[in-house]
Design a protein around this ligand. Sequence first.
Ligand code: ADP
Ligand code: MG
Length: 617
Amino acid sequence: MSDIIRLLPDSIANQIAAGEVVQRPASVIKELLENAIDAGSKHVRIIIKEGGKNLIQVIDNGMGMSESDARMSFERHATSKIKTVNDIYTIKTMGFRGEALASIAAVAQVSMITKLPDKEWGVQLEVEGSEIKSNTPVASEKGTSVCVKNLFFNVPARRKFLKSKSVEMRHILDEFFRIALANPDITFEFFQNDTETYNLPVTKLSNRIVGLFGKLYQEQLVPCEEQTPHVKVWGYIGKPEFAKKTRGEQYFYINNRFIKNNYLNHAVMSAYEALLADSSFPFYVLFIEINPEDIDINVHPTKTEVKLADERTVYAIVRAAVKRALGTHNVVPSLDFGWNVNLDPFNLTGKDQQENKPAGNRGKAYEQFKSFPQRNNLTYWESLYEQNEKKHFDFDADDRELIDTELTLQSAANKMTSDPATLKKRPQTTPGHTFQIHYAFIATQVKSGMMIIDQQAAHERILYEQYASFLVKKTTFSQQSLFPQHVHLNPADFELVQELKEEIKALGFVFSTLGQNIVVINGVPTDIKSGDEKLIFEGIIEQFKENQDRLSLTKNENLAHAIAKRMSIKKGQRLEPEEMSNLIDRLFACETPNYSPDGQLTFYILELHRIAELFKK
Ligand code: ADP
Ligand code: MG
């Protein structure tokens, strides 16, 4: 029998290879935009017709190509971006495989115009199914324009499998968003069937996000940053209350390359803890900068998957960054109002602050990275109180007294109270004036206006962090009960208590079991009032079970959550001035003071200018 093995002609080999690179119009947009960025463009125009099925064009003002380079660029494995195999490990460009243009030209009709900056004339190439059809000199601007028409015109089977125009358009926009977010220093113009749908000038990341997603995002962005000698994480996350029911607005970049990584996504989600409503997804755009030698981007041809040498460390840093951002955001914007603020949440480094840092829920990530610059909430807190009111309103002391008195006496809250003694006793804490509203909220004067605290939510946050840290450190404080209490449990609950024995002890309970289904409590956490032992113990077990059904928490998180819920001050409870100021101090010593463990807001600042607006005609 004669030999039967033959080399495939280039056009067929390219078509087969194209299958990997070009799956749909969106793949073309991705490759063309990456080339424009690699060419150092500062201005990029994109034109799409019929969901990219008829036409995809990218026009850039980058470095352009010589005539022979332009021809070469359509050859397979033709690239200017790497020379030796070692270059792959320090790659700084988006592309490097030299496959994209060859693949696109194998399955579409491509027209390229390109010109070097110092040349008078450019060149126009027409390529169809891997074949160069024409090559003519043309007058053009510097840079490159690549126009891709009739994708898969020669592979009917694949053309048939393209989805509707709107679906393909959605995919194109996904790719466009990923690239536009990572390059706010480039102007992008996006045309859809002759209508300009995006015009994004050079700006900073926050404005680029708003430019792409809309004005509503202005309110929800929280800056995020964390740095170690080897890794830097920065970007923006969305406030939990804006989280959406659909995944999708979540962007991770490693060295400015968009990636998908479930493990790192988990780091972000776990930092939000229970702040999110069930199955909702927060917005984030996070950039990770890392030595290129510590990553391998060569895993997948379309390169959204990246292997990290030390994933665990990056996980911990991402989590810490998001956690810290969530703990800061409610305080910082209010500080921004009107005054010269010299507090930078990310530059509050230094030993003193480190030592001042109160014990909070510093999970493993924090323990591991103790050397991170730490925010000191107390510093913020004090600055909230700085007495700057003279700058704004010139009330004298008597006026203020009057206003305060009226607030207290005339409010409907106090008409309803059953305890007339409180009407006279207006809590006066220093610094600032502090009083209780409806026995549910604490109002106090702060630098930028008035802060209202939800006493129950705030106390839940405090207790949650306190007990979570007990569980991590396994150091607790308990007090011996004078009269040991017997708790009768059903067999299932008894089983659960056995299972959680170590953790419940770490919370500060001292207990033993008596026969089947009876627990004897001999000691309780110090904050529990004598007489309440049994109630709280049973309550914690009940809450733990409820949380199991509702929330995805670890065992420790669940227990801390349960005890916080059961032991917290409730609405309707009267608080003494010292109790209020103590609560405020402890709240702002928390890692995440702004939300209860359920994700409910703990405080709100009504800014002075808003109050003033209420009275303007
Ligand atoms: P890769 O980007 O992986 O090198 P491509 O097939 O995408 O492979 O491009 C091949 C080469 O063509 C690039 O290495 C680059 O030198 C050149 N090239 C492609 N697009 C442009 C452009 N818009 N401006 C300047 N040069 C380009
Ligand atoms: Mg490329």
